[in-house]
Design a protein around this ligand. Structure first.
Ligand SMILES: *[C@@H]1O[C@H](CO)[C@@H](O)[C@H](O)[C@H]1NC(C)=O
Ligand SMILES: *[C@@H]1O[C@H](CO)[C@@H](O)[C@H](O)[C@H]1NC(C)=O
Length: 356
């Protein structure tokens, strides 16, 4: 009887379990290696900072990388009053006509916007770009600002400074500020949450992650498709990225997992190393249809084209993707155009976790 039991067991294993094990081995194994080999190195070709959420960008040659993102990027945000709810291009396209500029000598941020229905009149104010907590105590009020349905502490500027912008918005607004150094951190949601990223990380007022990177090779490929239907070229600014890489194969960034940024060739500081964890693809809304220079929204592009072939993330199939969201590791330092970038890890497991 014992022998026959063993025999029966052997038959069960070979008939049922072995095929299942074999099937699992063959279906799992190719998946593991299908992320493919590491791409060749590339380089940083542009750096953009958007000091105020949803407002115009600034082009820079270098920027300080902080754990929360690039210094000055989205440290400010407009909110409605008295609700203190965040205002974005999604509802108000013309917000992109608000132009911040940075003067390094005086460490001042100056904000300029056109007066509605006027050809040449401007609204303008200036504030310290890196305010001390004492300056904030004197000139702002601590509030809870609402961004994507969540409250986060922020400093609301006195209307003595920003009041003229009510005219631009056509309603009561306040400008709020969040310091990346001494304010209560806004912890990352989605794929940046501690249980997924493996460490606590925060940011100021970006929608999701501290850094958005994009590739020239991908925007060129997108434009070649758009031009087949419409006489328009989409500038990469519309996607509001921070760091642009030259890139290699279009859309190869879909599988990037870890990036290492190295000094420029010939740099006298060979010790610099910056590491970015790529958390997910950036799922897009219709904001890129807005031209940041004119604030005009195109009826079709690039949304229609992106919807045709860039719904590539299993976690958010109803939205097209452009660019990759990243969280810096370590304390950061100065990033420069021309720095080399190596992808040190790739993955085929990127999956967007919706929700803020
Ligand atoms: C804040 O206000 C106090 C009292 O008016 C003043 O003495 C101080 O210089 C101000 N500090 C800053 C940074 O503006
Ligand atoms: C070189 O880079 C490191 C790392 O970013 C930085 O800590 C150091 O201050 C830099 N040294 C010089 C001379 O710029």
């Amino acid at each position: 009887m014992a022998l026959s039991n063993t025999y029966q067991l052997a038959v069960i294993i070979s008939c049922f379990l072995l095929p299942i094990i074999t099937y699992l081995c063959f279906t799992q194994r190719p998946k593991k290696s299908s992320a493919g080999p590491l791409p060749p190195p590339t380089e940083i070709t542009d750096i953009f900072i958007h000091p105020i959420k949803s407002c115009h960008y600034i082009t820079v040659k270098s920027a300080r990388l902080l754990p929360t993102g690039l210094d000055l990027d989205r440290h400010w945000m407009w909110v409605s009053y008295p609700e203190l709810k965040f205002q974005t291009i999604r509802q108000t396209s013309k917000m992109t006509l608000i132009r911040p500029s940075y003067d390094a000598e005086t460490d001042t941020l100056t904000v300029v916007a056109p007066v509605p229905n006027s050809i040449d009149q401007k609204l303008q104010f200036s504030v310290p770009a890196h305010p001390s907590s004492e300056w904030l105590e004197n000139n702002t009020q601590l509030v809870n600002a609402n961004i994507w349905g969540k409250e986060t502490p922020a400093h609301a500027y006195s209307t003595d400074l920003t009041g003229s912008f009510n005219e631009f918005f056509g309603k009561e607004v306040r400008l709020v500020y969040k310091s990346p150094f001494f304010d209560a951190p806004r912890m990352l949601p989605s794929n940046g949450a501690e249980r997924i990223l493996g460490r606590p990380a925060s940011t100021c007022f970006p929608d999701l992650m501290p850094i958005l990177v994009g590739c020239e090779s991908s925007i060129e490929e997108l434009n070649s498709r758009i031009r087949a239907n419409d006489d328009i070229t989409i500038d990469i600014h519309r996607f509001r990225p921070n760091i642009i890489f030259k890139g290699n194969k279009p859309w190869d960034e879909d599988r990037w997992k870890t990036l290492r940024i190295l000094p420029k060739p010939g740099s006298n500081n060979a010790t610099q190393r910056f590491v970015l964890d790529v958390t997910q693809r950036c799922a897009r809304c219709q904001v890129p249809n807005v031209d940041p220079d004119s604030a005009e929204k195109h009826k079709r592009q690039p949304w229609d084209t992106l919807m045709k072939y860039r719904r590539v993330d299993e976690g958010i199939t109803y939205k097209p993707c452009f660019g990759m969201l990243c969280v810096p590791r370590g304390d950061g330092g100065i990033l420069e155009v021309g720095m080399k970038m190596e992808v040190t890890e790739v993955t085929n497991k990127h999956r967007y976790i919706p929700g803020f």
